[in-house]
Design a binder for this molecule. Sequence first.
Ligand code: NAP
Length: 241
Amino acid sequence: MYALVTGGSRGIGRAISVKLAQMGYNVIINYQSNLQEAEKTLALVREAGSDGELLPFDVSNREACIEAITAWQESHKGEYIEVLVNNAGIRRDNLLVFMEEDDFEKVLRTNLFSFYNVTRPLVQPMVRHKFGRIVNMASLSGLKGLPGQCNYSAAKGGLIAATKALAQEIGRKNITVNAVAPGFVKTDMVEGLDEAALKEQIPMHRFGEAEEVAALVGFLVSKEASYITGECISINGGLYT
Ligand code: NAP
């Protein structure tokens, strides 16, 4: 049983990789450039009692995605990736009036176009095997819209809509497609934010842990969640419901 986690080298993606390893999945850990951290995730996957491999590619680059995924498929004849977690993401915050074109485009390419680049080559084998699980890492920002994040909110909002559309396309093939929308989670991504001030606004009065998000992803991937599809589930300590 193979699972691919994009952005598995750090943060939420690492916690998801470990969770899937605990569930018995052989985890394919994608990352962009941080080999050292990706190797740490692989070691944790093995400690969890499973195995895995590293598959670096830039999720925003369509050719790179197709090349890496095709190479994996050719070296694993008869196997298929039954779980896909589209988790890789970046943010480049700024007020729209100051936002450079590159920051708008890069965030769209990495957080939204990546969904197309990675999911498309993996859906067909899932359809053939009549089983699959796709989980897309969205954000509170994609539900509510956050100032300073027109790029990121647009990307994550688009990802939520794509989740709902794809779920309807392939539900009959026993493939579920869901999104998870975290609030603030303690990872490198939130470094530099004023945690003390922000947690005042969160009913649970703290940031979330990557492992808490991974537990939700683990549930959505499990057989127990087989009738949940097209949903976007918030995990935000009550910040926004
Ligand atoms: P993180 O700690 O910054 O880690 C980002 C991960 O994505 C790294 O593994 C990174 O790889 C990978 N990545 C970035 N760009 C990539 C690219 N072009 N191609 C392949 N991999 C790429 O982030 P995180 O906080 O765990 O966030 C994970 C996901 O949750 C993101 O989609 C994020 O938008 C979402 N999210 C996070 C929060 C939060 O509060 N942390 C809240 C809501 C949603 P390298 O190590 O190689 O750089």
